[in-house]
Structures are given as structure tokens and as C-alpha cells.
Write a protein that binds this ligand. Structure first.
Ligand SMILES: *Cc1c(COP(=O)(O)O)cnc(C)c1O
Length: 363
């Protein structure tokens, strides 16, 4: 870690690998001998084309997906995907089914509701989203167009540790905050999307990975930019794409491959999370975790302190120790440590150390 940088525990936008930032910096003024920055070249230029297609190929490779899947880059963030999913796949006759497991899951459902196409298949709202609903709790409607899940709940710090069985009903997942953090059988999902600013790059791009059969034909009455088939048929180049964001996503994907892929990342992420969860569990209740143990997220660790006064003090003193962005979301309160792929092991070690010292000094 460079002396003038902090361990950035912000939930998103969030920490990016230092190697990736440096690489982008080194070629910033003259991208591949074009005499231009990546920010200045045409999205129709050959140099850009390679960036675009390589990023797509690397993402499919990391996910272990074959030719029956396609990668799209869409603007509007994950929130735009809430709309596109409901518009492209749900209707008044075939409703989008949703598991409400947190804020973003509920926001996705709300968009379907606005269109009169939403159905709640399960919810953990009554316990302030401290766990992920179990398979047995999910009750699909007879007319289900799809089941939408939010795979990692960024605000509440919970994550799925199973893939919901949906039979013939397509499974759609918002993986904004845990995309490419661990290997999964991604072929169980018909469509996965993620705002990339949590785990993959800068804000401005949503990554969509979907079965081709989902993307080939959108409803006739949808405007061009809201149709998946527009992005699909034009290789996400119907209009000017968020080229810099896609370039950074490509660099992060390459970095992930160089680390050893998703198995290695999962191993690392598990160890990192264990450091922080152990600091909570070994504190005799000084730190209280929000998530039920069997739903704990490897990406966002949420916990409270005995008083709001101590929480304020914790945030301030953490920053003095190069640990930034640990303040939690107002709907949970307390702290949240977001420890995505780019957070090094030492960052979590430092945080766990600090938590122990802070506990001793303030018990
Ligand atoms: C941050 C986040 C969103 C919202 O992403 P935007 O790109 O800001 O629209 C949606 N879902 C999850 C799980 C998130 O973490």
C-alpha cells in the first residue's frame, strides 16, 4: 500500500486493484500508440474494438460460460436493469417474481410493481433483512415470468449461499456487489447483471451476462434503448458505449485471470471476511453483527457498536489508521466494511487489529 492511499472500505464506488490503476495511468496519454487517450478515441476504432471484445471474452472465461451466453454493456447502472428486466420479460399475464432480501431487491421489485407486473415470492423484510430467504420459503406464482434475486445485499451484508431452484422459470440475479468474487455454476442463471462500480470498475457501466435465447427478441412495443435485443444485435455498440468504463472492466478481468481466477479469489475473499467476522465474534458482544451467520456476506460485513457515540468515534479513529469508508448505511446503522476483490488481505488484517484495539480501549 502506498503511503498516501488508504484502505478503502467504501461500498461503491470502491477500491480498485492498484496494479490496474497504475496500468491505466501509464497508458493514459497515449493508448496503444494511437497518440490519444482511451477517452478520446472513436468507439469504432480497431484499438477500441479489441478492448471491447477481449473484455467480453475474459468475463465469459472467468465465469466458465460457453457460447450460449453473451455479454452486454449497458449504461444506467444496475438500477436501469431493474427496469429493463421487468420491461423485457414480465407482463400483466406473466409476472416477474421477486425475492425481497434487502434494499436493492426491493427497488427492483418496485419497478415491476410500477408496471403492474411484480409478485413477491419471498421476503425477509420482517426481520430487517438479516437473512436470505431459504429455498423452502420461495413460492413462485403460477404465472412466473422469472425469479429475480439480489445475490449479495450490499447494505445489509447478506449473501446467497445456494442457487435457488426454479424449474423451468428463468433465474435472474443482480450480482452488483459480488460479481466475479467466487465461482458458481453460472449456467443455472438465465441472466445476471451488475453495476460494475462495486467489484469491477468505475461507475457508468452495467454488465449483463445472459443466455442468448433471453436476448434475441424483446417485446415489439419497447423503445430501442430499453430493448435487450438492441444491445445484443449490435454488440453493445448501437450508440456510443461507456468506453472508459468497459476498458477498466477489461483490465480488472485480466487482473482476475492473472490472480488465478475465481477459485483463488473466493479463497482469498473467504479468508479476508473471516478476519473481520472473527473480530466481531470474539468481542464478547461489543461488536454485534447484523447478518445471521448462515447468510453472512463475504463482500460486505455489517456490525454495530454499543452506542452511536462509539460508532462515530470508531469511524474517526479508523480513518486515522488508513482505514476509510467504514460507516454503515442508515437503514442498518453502525459499520460496514466492504471488502471486494481489490481489498488486500492486509487491509482486513489492519481492520481486525484496529477493531480489537478499539474494543480494549473502549470496553
Ligand atoms: C449498488 C447496487 C445497486 C445500484 O447500482 P447503480 O449502478 O447505482 O444503479 C443495485 N444492486 C446492488 C446489489 C447494489 O449493490
Amino acid at each position: 500500500m502506498e503511503a498516501n492511499r488508504i484502505y478503502n472500505f467504501n461500498p461503491g464506488p470502491s477500491m480498485l486493484p492498484l496494479e490496474v490503476l497504475k496500468e491505466a495511468q501509464a497508458e493514459f496519454l497515449n493508448f496503444q500508440d494511437t497518440g490519444m487517450s482511451i477517452l478520446e478515441i472513436s468507439h469504432r476504432a480497431k484499438a477500441y474494438d479489441e478492448v471491447h471484445n477481449q473484455a467480453k471474452a475474459d468475463i465469459l472465461e472467468l465465469m466458465g460460460l460457453g457460447d450460449d451466453y453473451e455479454v452486454l454493456f449497458v449504461q444506467g447502472g444496475a438500477s436501469m436493469q431493474f427496469d429493463m428486466v421487468a420491461l423485457n420479460f414480465a407482463s400483466a399475464e406473466k409476472r416477474g417474481n421477486y425475492v425481497l432480501s434487502g434494499s436493492f431487491a426491493s427497488k427492483a421489485y418496485k419497478e415491476a410493481e410500477i408496471l403492474g407486473r411484480g409478485y413477491v415470492a419471498a421476503s425477509s423484510k420482517d426481520v430487517n433483512f438479516k437473512h436470505i430467504p431459504a429455498q423452502e420459503e420461495i413460492k413462485l406464482s403460477d404465472d412466473a415470468a422469472y425469479l429475480h434475486v439480489c445475490y449479495n445485499n450490499t447494505i445489509f451484508g447478506t449473501e446467497y449461499h445456494y442457487i435457488p431452484e426454479t424449474g423451468d422459470v428463468p433465474l435472474i440475479a443482480d450480482m452488483s456487489s459480488d460479481i466475479l468474487s467466487r465461482p458458481l455454476d453460472f449456467s443455472k442463471f438465465s441472466l445476471i447483471y451488475a453495476g460494475v462500480q462495486k467489484n469491477l470498475g468505475p461507475a457508468g457501466v452495467a454488465l449483463v451476462v445472459a443466455r442468448r435465447s433471453m436476448l434475441e427478441k424483446s417485446p415489439a412495443d419497447l423503445p430501442t434503448m430499453l430493448r435487450y435485443d438492441t444491445y445484443y444485435s449490435k454488440n453493445s455498440l448501437y450508440n456510443t458505449p461507456p468506453a472508459f468504463g468497459i476498458y477498466m472492466v477489461g483490465k480488472v478481468a485480466k487482473w482476475l485471470k492473472a490472480q488465478g481466477g475465481l477459485e483463488v479469489m473466493a479463497e482469498r475473499n473467504k479468508k479476508k471476511a473471516a478476519l473481520v467476522y472473527d473480530a466481531i465474534d470474539n468481542s464478547n458482544g461489543f461488536y454485534a453483527g447484523h447478518a445471521d451467520k448462515d447468510s453472512r456476506s463475504f463482500m460486505n460485513v455489517t456490525f454495530r457498536l454499543p452506542s452511536e457515540e462509539l460508532e462515530k468515534k470508531f469511524v474517526a479513529e479508523a480513518l486515522e489508521n488508513q482505514l476509510g469508508g467504514v460507516k454503515g448505511h442508515r437503514s442498518v446503522g453502525g459499520m460496514r466494511a466492504s471488502i471486494y476483490n481489490a481489498m488486500p488481505y492486509e487491509g482486513c488484517e489492519k481492520l481486525a487489529d484496529f477493531m480489537e484495539k478499539f474494543h480494549k480501549a473502549n470496553a
